[in-house]
Design a protein around this ligand. Structure first.
Ligand SMILES: [Zn+2]
Length: 412
């Protein structure tokens, strides 16, 4: 392999040290001191790899390698380096380091690509500080608005715009980060899988063909709070019972439609929330994900049908739906997927085609370019927790595959 395991390890360990909660997982929120120090490390590493480094209007670090045809569209490679609260060292940094190591290998080997290559490190992908997430990629694809910068706040009431200003960025210039369609040839991102599939199958790399679509629906069920001891079972309007049966219906519908469709009720609030009162109101969330829009709609239809059935005939029971998140499935570029598979094979690595059940910056970048998304195994499938781990040699397999693929994309 041309990539070096010791450098990969050093990068992961160096970035892991820029952490607001040592000993309790990695916390590196956007526009903080930890962010600033990590950005400085990434910038220095990019410069040492011979890249021309700049920071775009919202804080994405871009290290550029010129091509023989400077006007040719850019091959872009990278990920994000912010984290969730008390997360792990790999979600995001693995993909940023993939860019750093690829740049070093091409630099050392004197590769001069035809297309310019930009290695990037984005922030606020997790939305852990301001709530929205995918910030750098949304800024790059024109999906970021002035209103968000002025109104989205962190728990201390600081707006995104204020935090940017304190960090040395001018929020008024956010639109300068936008890249035009045709300007970027490909966007390649490596990410840890955050699930158990690769570890179970034993494959070295996952090549994502589809990033699932998501519908997240807020359901409010209104019933009637009554005394839990004195109200007979047939005279209740129990909002929790409706929610519980609907959650089961969502689960069964996802299993029934198949195609990898998943449905989850992960948040539920029971009011008034007392052991001796029949629940009068419940607010819960149904998160539905699938590669097929039809499957998502089928699960949602089953949820609605169940709610109708459970509230019909009891005047005291009603429900309301509110759509919180709605994204369509996104396809990776078939040509990039083929090149990734060929690169893995050439390196003697096994690969498998798979779905991504989580959203990543690559999903947003698909708006303006042809994307490739590569997964490496996560130990125990764990992520967004201090135990998040990928063995360095397993990470190197993915990095080597991306390195090979980026070189081929930039030279074709
Ligand atoms: Zn991530």
């Amino acid at each position: 392999m041309r990539t070096k395991l010791e450098r990969i390890r050093a990068d992961i360990e160096a970035l892991a040290a820029f952490n607001a909660t040592p000993g309790e997982g990695l916390t590196r929120l956007s526009f903080t001191e930890e962010h600033r120090k990590a950005a400085q490390y990434i910038t220095e590493q990019m410069q040492q790899a011979g890249l021309a480094v700049r920071t775009d209007a919202v804080g994405t670090i871009i290290g550029r390698m010129e091509g023989t045809d400077p006007a040719a569209p850019v091959v872009m490679c990278g990920s994000h380096f912010d984290s969730v609260k008390n997360g792990g060292n790999f979600d995001g940094p693995a993909g940023v380091i993939t860019g750093l190591e690829t740049a070093r290998v091409l630099h050392e080997n004197g590769v001069v690509p035809k297309h310019p290559i930009e290695f990037i490190a984005m922030i606020e992908e997790e939305g852990a500080r301001f709530g929205a997430g995918l910030f750098g990629s949304r800024a790059m694809t024109g999906r970021l608005g002035e209103q968000e910068l002025a109104t989205f706040t962190d728990p201390d009431g600081i707006t995104t715009g204020q935090a940017m200003r304190a960090f040395g960025l001018d929020p008024a210039h956010y639109a300068d980060a936008v890249r035009k369609k045709g300007e970027i040839k490909n966007f390649i991102e490596l990410h840890i899988e955050q699930g158990p599939i690769l570890e179970n199958s034993g494959d070295a790399v996952g090549i994502v063909e589809t990033v699932v679509g998501i519908k997240e629906v807020e359901v409010t069920v209104t019933g009637r709070p009554d005394h839990a001891g004195t109200t007979p079972m047939d005279m209740r309007a129990d909002a929790f019972l409706v929610a519980a049966k609907t959650a089961i219906a969502a689960n069964e519908a996802a299993v029934a439609v198949g195609e990898g469709t998943v449905a989850t009720v992960g948040k539920l609030e029971v009011r008034p929330g007392s052991f001796n009162i029949v629940p009068g109101k419940v607010v819960f969330y149904v998160d539905i994900r699938s590669k097929s829009t039809d499957c998502i709609e089928a699960v949602l239809a089953a949820v609605t049908a169940k709610l109708n059935e459970l509230t019909a005939g009891n005047g005291a029971l009603s429900y309301a739906l509110r759509m919180m998140v709605e994204t369509k499935p996104v396809q990776a570029d078939p040509h990039v997927c083929d090149l990734l598979a060929e690169s893995a094979e050439k390196l003697g690595l096994t690969s498998r085609r798979m779905l991504s059940g989580a959203g990543h910056d690559a999903m947003i970048m698909a708006d303006i370019t042809n994307i490739g998304l590569v997964f490496v195994p996560s130990r125990g499938g764990r992520s967004h927790c201090p135990e998040e781990w990928t063995d360095y040699d397993l990470l190197q397999n993915g990095i080597e595959t991306v390195c090979e693929t980026v070189q081929r994309l930039a030279c074709e």
